[in-house]
Design a protein around this ligand. Sequence first.
Ligand code: ADP
Length: 369
Amino acid sequence: MENTNHAQQPWPELDTWRFFNDLSDPVFIFDPKSLNVCQLNKSAIRLKERFEKDGVKQFDAEFLTGLLLVDLRAQIAQLSCREGDVFRFEVCHLDLQLDVILQMMCSSGSEPLLVGVFRDVSALADVDRMTNELVSTVSHELRSPLTAIKGAMGLILSGAAGNVSVKALQMVEIAQRNADRLILIINDILDLDKIKDGAMVFDNTEIELIETVNDSVEAIVGFRDRFDVQVDVDVKDEGLISNIDPNRIVQVLVNLLSNAIKFSPEGGRVTVQLKLHGQLNRISIMDNGEGIPVSDQKSIFGRFMQVGSKNRAATGGTGLGLSIVKAIVANQGGKISFESQEGVGSTFHVDLPAVVDYVAAKANKSGSE
Ligand code: ADP
């Protein structure tokens, strides 16, 4: 392992790092104060050389900060030696996409060190992109023939194609239900692509969020009754206004509500809460359902992700809902997050920029009183 030892500091014995050397992922060890690279494994040397060959003068924290556009020092300053306390980010440079994990490494008797693992995920990203392109192309090609098949089945069911036996009608009905499901999946995939390509039209307007919440709750009445789950609205702060496309945010809330209902026990209760969260308007959808296992929590926003005990057929989901939700919320300048505990329940938060600066308004109000 190369020891650049920029800082005059008693670094632990080289043996301590020896096992890093054989890792296929590049590992850089930084002095957390100066952010100079102190040690690096073989793979990191190759990565550094590759960057330097492409004109990067110094592969250091300054360079990464420039790529990341976030204050790396501030992020690192917050890192502790606690297990699981990591700062993870992706950087793209030249044709490389790197998944970076920074973590403090502490041992008694020596200063903490900052370990950075820079995994090259370019190939994975390429595969991901190609898979998405393939899925999109196939979906596009399937939509028209499927719509035609569904139309023909509709004609048979309506009797327009002449008399058909009861048995045949039952079979066509099943076929039509399945065609509906396929069309649903295809439309979801194409929606996602449209948002990603910036081709989806958003018609934004300033609106009181309670209207959007009420419209969403109304839209899932049938679904709610089918699963025998109660849905309540809890307004903590009145008059919250955001500049949004109401139809798209209804789409988001309906999706989150239908998940909360699907994963609730019979006779369960789902609450939609509306409140001010810092400077943002927060809509939270809370359920006391089965929750999401910690091991799956990282991936639920991915395409076709379904976890938990209920399978696709049981829930009628496509595994695309949350990726669409995330893309729409991001487009509206908002953020989606969640908390979940297995066996206890889940809460999904949609944070949207507020039109009024409530904090300033409140301060003004209390100042003038
Ligand atoms: P689907 O269309 O299958 O519901 P989503 O993308 O909306 O797909 O959700 C992905 C997965 O996340 C679901 O299949 C489910 O496993 C999990 N999930 C989402 N919301 C909840 C929730 N409120 N409670 C438990 N699991 C959830």
